[in-house]
Design a protein around this ligand. Structure first.
Ligand code: EPZ
Length: 420
């Protein structure tokens, strides 16, 4: 297995271009199942998870090609299969996003339950309850959700106990072809959902309430293929902002959307990091000491859980105490043990981590456990004294497009060794 090595202590200087959002592209690629024709997606990142969902679409009958590095053409004329196999779904939970579109298009779907992952049980009960409200019959057998509907799905009111990003996306995609009107209450409001709504609207769907927690969908009889640009990846953007905070330096991020990170901006500014937002760029400078801040992860626009591991690495470099509450997932502190190996002083009590900043970290051999935990270790390595060696970096490849190349281009001493 490959590993990444970093010789820390070098400030970063220069410019980094942000890629399209992984969590924007995944639901939009699933949405192409909703109608025959050729769809064009721009600003699609080169990631393992994107390759996985395209492989899944291929097994369902879709064909696709990359017109250029970041432009994808998908044809969904021949969607004849309706099963998403365990082999594929177990590698990427977001495969569950084909459930809604397949039911809407074919009236049939058989999708493996995703199983848990490093950060939690990750159930899909909200997805299933919502689809049942729209008239689908669902059965659980041999680890698969077997769903069918006679005729079209029927509009209804779907209420989410807690906002669910992919839950909202699945119900949205099922409802656009349902008979009648669907109201989604307590829907998630992440920018990736607005990106999906823009794609569905471009396909002819009738959706009201974009960017709010109440969505109204008036079902239509058919949709047409569409084109759309994937929004910039706000988590990749946040990861690099935090990386400069940790390593020090002066970097400008381009092709990004500062408006998608309101909570992170507040926290980084409070910790002494200078941020200057342009229309589609952010200049980030850190030269002085870092101050400790407290974090509570919340649904958008609160602090993103997907940046919790990264900001924890930053807080280990302060000289104060930071309390970090992880309120979204029940087991998202896998990076703590690894950061401790680098000299961090972190105590975990349930969903709370108390970071006692030591002002520095030391390079060590550490292991990536999940996508964002691995980003946290890269950030720690950039700031640590000496060499940090990160194993199991296949986790990183799921969600970061050329992280090593982008950091190397702004002065980091970072390289990848291919292992067996
Ligand atoms: C999406 O996951 C993202 N993935 C995650 O990003 C992100 O961390 C998460 O939203 C929270 O923002 C994609 O968009 C592909 P949820 P999702 O449904 O939709 C519970 C990354 O690093 N829940 O919003 O799976 C759930 O356990 C990934 O890119 C149920 O109980 O998350 C969690 O506690 C990691 N039942 C909470 O809701 C359900 O049916 C929010 O989860 C669904 C969710």
């Amino acid at each position: 297995m490959d590993k990444i090595l970093i010789e820390g202590g070098r400030p970063l200087q220069g410019e980094i271009k942000i890629s399209g959002a992984k969590n924007g592209a995944l639901p939009i690629i699933a949405a192409t199942l909703l109608c025959p024709g050729t769809h064009i997606l721009y600003n699609v990142p080169e990631l393992r998870d994107i390759r996985t969902i395209l492989q899944l679409l291929g097994t369902l009958g879709a064909t696709w090609e990359r017109i250029d590095t970041n432009t994808l053409k998908i044809n969904s004329d021949q969607i004849t299969e309706f099963e998403a196999s365990y082999e594929l779904v177990k590698t990427m939970r977001a495969s569950v996003l084909v459930l809604g579109p397949l039911l809407a298009r074919l009236g049939r779907a058989r999708v493996s339950l995703p199983g848990g992952c490093a950060i939690g049980a990750r159930p899909i009960d909200f997805h299933m309850q919502g689809l049942q409200k729209l008239g689908a019959q669902l059965e659980l057998e041999q680890g698969y959700v077997d769903a069918k509907v006679c005729g079209r799905l029927r509009g209804n009111t779907v209420y989410f106990d807690i906002p669910s990003v992919t839950g909202t996306e699945n119900i949205l995609m099922a409802a656009v072809l349902a008979e009648g009107t669907t109201i989604i209450k307590n829907s998630a409001k992440e920018p990736e959902i607005a990106n999906l709504i823009d794609m569905l609207t471009g396909m002819g769907a009738k959706i009201e309430g974009r960017d709010t927690d109440r969505l109204t969908i008036h079902g239509v009889k058919e949709l047409k293929p569409a084109e759309i640009a994937i929004i910039p990846d706000r988590i990749e953007t946040g990861t690099f902002l935090i990386a400069v905070g940790a390593a020090g330096g002066d970097v400008t991020l381009t092709n990004c959307n500062p408006a998608h990170l309101p909570s992170l901006f507040e926290k980084l500014r409070s910790s002494g990091i200078y941020l200057e937002a342009g229309e589609r760029s952010i200049r980030v400078i850190r030269s002085g000491p870092l101050k400790n801040v407290d974090i509570k992860t919340m649904p958008y626009p609160g602090f993103p859980t997907d940046l919790q591991a990264q900001i924890m690495a930053l807080m280990t470099l302060t000289e104060g105490l930071s309390v970090i509450h992880e309120n979204i997932f029940e087991n998202r502190f896998m990076h703590v043990a690894e950061l401790r190996r680098m000299g961090a002083d972190i105590m975990v009590e349930g969903g709370k981590a108390i970071v006692k900043g030591q002002g520095r970290l030391d390079g060590a051999q550490v292991m990536a456990t999940d996508l964002r935990a691995s980003a946290s270790l890269v950030i720690a390595g950039l700031a640590a004294r000496g060499i940090t060696e990160i194993s199991r970096v296949y986790h990183l490849d799921r969600g970061y497009d050329d992280l090593v190349g982008k950091l190397g281009a702004v002065g980091a001493k970072i390289w990848r060794e291919t292992g067996n």
